[in-house]
Design a protein around this ligand. Structure first.
Ligand code: HEM
Ligand code: NAG
Ligand code: NAG
Ligand code: NAG
Length: 500
């Protein structure tokens, strides 16, 4: 009884609090998503809670145009020019309340709000993540060839016994093994393709974290306070302990080996340590190590979950389209011809492979957003006609942009051919709308890394094998409508067959 009374009191105070927020009259010209949005965020938060944000935003923009009001001071934006390009520039800060609900820890690049702090950190990391560095990195060459070899051994066995394989899990093992080697050096890479225990630990922690995030971002103040109490309960103490012990060990080992590393064996740790130390010469070794650990933890989980999701959906879509698989294989076989260019450079320039990856980035973006930004005091003008006052929270979502039928006719269809058949101008226009990695000042730094890893692993698979749907698998293959959008079934099952 008491619990019900307390619950009701909380609900009432929450409703009052959300109505009390300033309803900014500067937004009155913008079409409303719902009659209540000028007064309350309840509608928006309940969409999030019911996991309806994706569908709703797509349909709202189809019905009401590129700029729609979704809360008292919240606006959804779904156009590139006079929209995304404006609000994802360096003048717009991230919305602190959203980003701090999203992560337990702060102090790494994704969570940084202020421009100065962000610019300094980005300078430390941008060189090893640049395209030319990624394409020429010997560390990445050796890490990728080791993972490709292991994956090849696994597939040979799966094909031989004709078993059904959860490619979502196997893809996450591949990307985790690549990321750990890239971050800490080949010697300290994980080997979860052979020994998946550690991947299971991380997957458990990631799924608990994503549930907490979903609770936190679905409630405004003051419920978020209670959600943070729930969130601080240790999710799985054993898995957390093993994970932290491993991270501490690899950081310590990387630190010990750092002075003797040759440039060709340098890992991200080595670059990061040097630039961090140069910027903070007086910081103690332990303090530097803990800054580096938090950042590396983020890169590791982005690769593990984000890239694992994208890789496994690419395999899934290819399995539904045998013609496309044949075209891809024909293209991959050209790699057997001698060339004086490296594999990484050659893979970067294969049109069918690129179309397959880009089309999956469009229909299955692993981090769809929305990513909220705050309009600066000077205000801004959206879609050439709406003047939006400072303090308004504006956001775009990759799924809403990618399912816009104007640049992408029949947007729900996975059709790599759209990238191969269209003329140059149309392709350029479509590319503008691809927002898988965000854009502007806070675009993902892992883009080139992700592309190289994806293409090399896909080449390993489709050069010698074909994949097919597993008829016995009936799980839900749609993505979760969440910040990190994994398959709802928690797995994607396929079969492999050797091509001769
Ligand atoms: C397919 C995989 C990935 C996807 C879909 C993805 C997506 C994104 C998106 C949409 C953003 C912008 C977020 C925002 O505006 O708040 C972002 C930022 C970021 N990503 Fe990724 N990412 C992926 C992989 C990676 C990888 C592999 C790394 C690291 C190696 C990485 C590191 C980062 C960092 C550090 C930021 C923050 C950049 C900044 O604030 O300047 N991501 N990512
Ligand atoms: C409402 O807006 C005024 C002026 O813009 C500001 O001073 C005040 O703090 C705002 N109140 C809330 C609850 O956001
Ligand atoms: C990291 O690599 C070094 C050098 O090979 C090795 O001695 C150490 O045990 C490794 N640490 C981990 C955690 O794998
Ligand atoms: C998002 O909405 C589109 C259009 O309704 C749909 O095709 C897609 O499957 C949805 N994705 C998720 C994850 O809900």
């Amino acid at each position: 009884m008491l619990a019900v009374v307390v619950g009701l009191a909380l609900l009432v105070s929450w409703v009052i609090a959300s109505m009390h927020r300033n309803h900014s009259s500067g937004l009155k010209d913008i079409p409303n998503a719902h009659f209540s949005v000028p007064y309350s965020r309840l509608w928006l938060l309940s969409l999030r809670w019911r996991k309806m944000e994706n569908r709703s935003r797509i349909h709202l923009h189809r019905r009401l145009g590129p700029v729609v009001r979704i809360g008292p001071r919240d606006v959804s934006v779904n156009c590139i020019d006079n929209g995304v390009r404006t609000i994802y520039s360096s003048k717009f800060d991230k919305d602190a309340s959203f980003y701090h609900e999203l992560f337990d820890k702060t102090g790494f690049m994704v969570t940084m709000i202020g421009n100065d702090e962000h610019r300094k950190r980005k300078r430390m990391l941008s060189y090893p993540y640049s395209n030319s560095y990624i394409l020429n990195s010997q560390t990445l060459d050796s890490v990728l060839s080791r993972v490709s070899r292991r994956l090849g051994e696994g597939i040979a066995e799966w094909a031989r016994i004709g078993t059904s394989v959860d490619v979502y899990q196997q893809a996450k093992c591949c990307t985790l093994d690549v990321a750990s080697g890239w971050l800490f050096g080949r010697e300290n890479a994980t080997d979860t393709l052979r020994d998946p225990g550690f991947e299971n630990d991380l997957a458990t922690l990631a799924s608990v974290a994503s549930k907490i995030v979903s609770v936190r971002t679905s409630f405004g103040w003051p419920i978020s306070y209670f959600a943070s109490l729930i969130g601080n309960g240790e999710p799985d103490p054993d898995a957390t302990g093993r994970w932290q012990a491993w991270l501490t060990r690899v950081i310590t080992d990387s630190h010990r080996r750092h002075p003797t590393k040759s440039a060709s064996a340098a890992s991200l740790y080595d670059h990061f340590y040097d630039s961090f130390k140069a910027a903070n010469p007086d910081m103690s070794r332990n303090e530097v190590a803990s800054f580096i650990a938090v950042e590396c933890d983020d890169h590791l989980s982005a690769t593990h979950i984000g890239l694992g999701t994208l890789l496994s959906y690419t395999m899934y879509e290819l399995s539904r389209d045998p013609d496309c698989q044949r075209a891809l294989r024909k293209e991959l076989l050209t790699l057997a011809e001698p060339s004086d260019r490296s594999l990484a450079h050659r893979l970067a320039n294969l049109p069918v492979l690129d179309a397959v990856v880009t089309e999956t980035m469009r229909t299955r973006a692993p981090c769809p957003g929305p990513f909220p930004r705050v309009v600066p005091d000077s205000g801004c003008r959206l879609a050439g006609k709406f003047d939006v006052p400072g303090g308004t929270v504006v956001s775009s979502s990759a799924w809403a942009l990618h399912f816009n039928p104007v640049p992408f006719p029949a947007p729900e269809k996975w059709r790599p051919g759209r990238w191969l058949e269209a003329d140059e101008n149309t392709v350029a226009e479509m590319r503008k709308w691809i927002w898988t990695f965000g854009s502007g000042a806070r675009v993902c730094i892992g883009t080139h890394f992700s592309m190289r890893v994806m293409k090399e692993l896909l080449a390993t698979i489709y050069m010698d094998y074909e994949t097919a749907l597993d008829d016995g698998f009936t799980g839900n293959v749609e993505q979760e409508d969440a910040f990190s959008a994994a398959p709802l079934a928690g797995c994607l099952k396929l079969r492999f067959r050797r091509l001769t």
